[in-house]
Each structure stands twice: as structure tokens, then as C-alpha cells.
Design a protein around this ligand. Structure first.
Ligand SMILES: *Cc1c(COP(=O)(O)O)cnc(C)c1O
Length: 370
């Protein structure tokens, strides 16, 4: 790594670039977490997040990364056996967490880069008895977007089956309607499409999940969603939250409210389309052997995984882009060498995206790196 990253040039698929005003909002004297300042802070964050989640329920605020609430959703939402929809590394992680928590795991696997077909979910649910389904909204390892709404509709034919959704790179960048779509847990983290500093996890959970959780004996203490929900109903958190990070969250939610969620989702859709068009242009006009990994219709608006030409690798191209003053991700897990990933999420603009794609274009046309 060498040289400075340009402002507006940090396109890692998480953590994402944070606006300086949001970072500065963290700098203030410390105050007590049970006093009026904390209550006002938690109230403001809750209000902003309810809109982003599409829920009328208090949003649970966790001082941990998003994976913490994924584990909480398993501990509190799965009785015995869960069907995990696996189409990449983060959906595989959801299955791993369930196994590590002692649950029986069925998987429905589709090739990495593809989305899960709701009809396949319906067919599997007709064949196996499970009490919950896990799904990752936007698979950050591949850039595929799962049709969460349609999958939830397929699951809804089995009233005892809960739907647990990781929307870590979805929420804030693509439409989410937790209540209207009948989702039982929706989880995100501060540092992805919401463009806040890392360190907070947020979750919306349904009454049916909480009712089930109350019957499960091994929920533990720190990850007990019943305790989070009881406290959230009173505008509190169960333990001392990261107050400084909540100040950043409040500032960012204010900025998001001014932009409006609809405009934010549209901006992400435009950035994704621009990214896909440029990759297709490199292929068509420059004969570069590159391609967007996910097929049209199955692509996430927040992250694009791009297949790199033979002879090039993800880490080497990411490094070449880094030397031009921009940050993108190498591939993730088994796709590390085969792909690079551009995280066009958070507060980025189309002009900023063009600049990072210019750098990637230049790096692609300079064989041997440089
Ligand atoms: C980043 C990410 C996670 C993990 O988030 P942490 O905050 O690092 O725990 C889980 N799922 C998806 C889809 C992600 O992109």
C-alpha cells in the first residue's frame, strides 16, 4: 500500500467511506447511558432506523458487529432445524453460525454469483421440516441480490417458519420493508450501506420471533433479543452502548432523511447500472476479458463483483487501483483471485464511481500491474 486515498475514493465493500461531519459528530464529552442525553440519542437513532428498516417496531441497537445479531437471530429464532439459503460467503456464515449454536442445518445451495429462486425455496420447504429460513439480502462476496420479498412470500405458506434476513449490504442502499414483507429478523451493521463508522449492529424483529425466543432456553445473556426488545420498548439498551458511535449514527440518519430513502435507493441503482455498463463496455470496446459475476436481474445495487481477465488476480488489481489513489476490494473467499469487488454504497456519487472505475480501467489495461 502506498499513497493517500482520495476523498470519495474509498470503495471497499465495507467498511465504507464515512462523511467527515459524521465522524466529527462523535467528538463530545462523555455522558451517562441512562440519562436524558442518552434517551434523546437512542430515540433519534431509533426513529431514523425505523424508516430505513420499514418497521413500526423499535429497532434493536447492538454494540457489536452485524455478525453478533446474526448469531442472536439463530439463538432466539431457531428451535431445532433451519434451512439456510447459501449463495456466497456470508450466507455460508449464517449456516456456520447455526451449526455452531447446535442447530440442525439444511442448506439450499446455488452457484456463487446467482440469486436464490423463490420457487426452489418453496419446493425445499415442502420436502423438509424446518422452523426458520436464513437468507442474505445482498451477498457481498458475489454481488448477487436475493429477492427477499418473494422468498418471504414463499415461506409464508408455512406459518411456523420464521424468516431471518441478513441485509448488511442491503439496508440503506436498496428497498427494505421489514413489516410489510413479513420478515421476522432483519439485521444490518453500521459500516456498510448506511455509511457509518464500524461497531454498531441494528436489528428489527417480529413479535412472533420474540414469542418463540421466550420459549427457548439457551438464548444466553448478551445476545438475548428478548432483553434487547424489552429495553428498546423503553428507549434503552440492555448494556452500555457505544455512545460515540450512536452520535455518528444520529448525524448520518439526519443526512439520510434529508436525501430521502427513495432518492438513496435510486442513487444506488444508478451507480450499480453505471458500473455494470462500464464493465460491459470494457469487454465490448477494449476486448478485455472481464464480466460482472452476477447475471442481469440478480445484481445488487450496492456491490459488484467483477471477474478479472486470465493472468490477472483480484489482490494484484486492487493493489494497482490503490496505487492510483482509490480503494476497491479483492475477491472474497474462494473468489479472492478471480474477482475484484467495488462497493458502490453509502454516500458515494456517480461521479466518484466514475473516477474509481477509470482507475480500474487503467489498471486493467496495464498488464503486469503498475
Ligand atoms: C459485512 C457483512 C457481514 C458481517 O458484518 P460484520 O459487521 O463484520 O459482522 C455479514 N453479512 C454481510 C452480507 C456482510 O456484507
Amino acid at each position: 500500500m502506498s499513497g493517500d486515498v482520495r476523498p470519495g475514493g474509498f470503495f471497499l465493500p465495507g467498511p465504507t467511506e464515512v462523511d467527515p461531519a459524521v465522524l466529527e459528530a462523535q467528538v463530545a464529552p462523555v455522558f451517562g447511558h441512562r440519562g436524558p442525553e442518552a434517551e434523546a440519542l437512542v430515540g433519534a437513532v431509533d426513529r431514523g432506523l425505523r424508516a430505513a428498516f420499514g418497521t413500526a417496531r423499535p429497532v434493536l441497537l447492538g454494540t457489536m458487529s452485524a455478525t453478533g445479531f446474526m448469531e442472536a437471530a439463530i439463538r432466539c429464532g431457531v428451535k431445532r432445524r433451519v434451512l439456510c439459503l447459501v449463495n456466497g460467503a456470508f450466507s455460508a456464515r449464517f449456516a456456520r453460525i447455526a451449526r455452531d449454536c447446535g442447530r440442525e442445518v439444511e442448506t439450499l445451495e446455488v452457484p456463487w454469483g446467482r440469486a436464490v429462486d423463490p420457487d426452489e425455496v418453496a419446493a425445499r420447504l415442502a420436502a423438509v421440516e424446518v422452523d426458520a429460513v436464513t437468507v442474505v439480502h445482498s451477498e457481498t462476496s458475489t454481488g448477487a441480490l436475493n429477492p427477499v420479498r418473494e422468498i418471504a412470500a414463499a415461506v409464508a405458506r408455512h406459518p411456523e417458519v420464521l424468516v431471518l434476513v441478513d441485509s448488511v449490504t442491503g439496508l440503506g442502499g436498496v428497498e427494505m420493508a421489514a413489516d410489510a414483507w413479513g420478515l421476522d429478523a432483519v439485521i444490518t451493521g453500521s459500516q456498510k450501506a448506511l455509511a457509518m463508522p464500524p461497531g454498531l449492529a441494528f436489528a428489527a424483529v417480529s413479535d412472533r420471533l420474540l414469542a418463540r425466543a421466550a420459549t427457548l432456553p439457551d438464548r444466553g445473556f448478551y445476545l438475548d433479543l428478548v432483553r434487547y426488545a424489552d429495553q428498546a420498548a423503553r428507549g434503552q439498551t440492555p448494556t452500555t452502548p457505544a455512545l460515540t458511535l450512536l452520535q455518528a449514527a444520529r448525524a448520518q440518519l439526519g443526512r439520510m432523511e434529508r436525501e430521502t430513502l427513495r432518492a438513496r435507493w435510486d442513487r444506488h441503482a444508478r451507480m450499480a447500472e453505471r458500473c455494470h455498463r462500464r464493465v460491459e463496455g470494457w469487454r465490448r470496446d477494449h476486448g478485455l476479458d472481464v464480466a460482472v459475476l452476477a447475471p442481469p436481474g440478480e445484481r445488487s445495487p450496492t456491490v459488484t463483483a467483477i471477474r478479472v481477465p486470465p493472468g490477472r488476480t483480484g489482490p494484484e488489481l486492487a493493489e494497482a487501483v490503490r496505487n492510483r489513489g482509490f480503494v476497491i476490494g479483492a475477491g472474497y473467499g474462494p473468489l479472492k483471485n478471480e474477482t475484484v469487488r467495488v462497493g458502490h454504497m453509502g454516500d458515494h456519487t456517480e461521479a466518484e464511481l466514475d473516477a474509481v472505475l477509470d482507475a480500474l480501467d487503467a489498471a486493467l489495461r496495464t498488464p503486469g500491474g503498475g
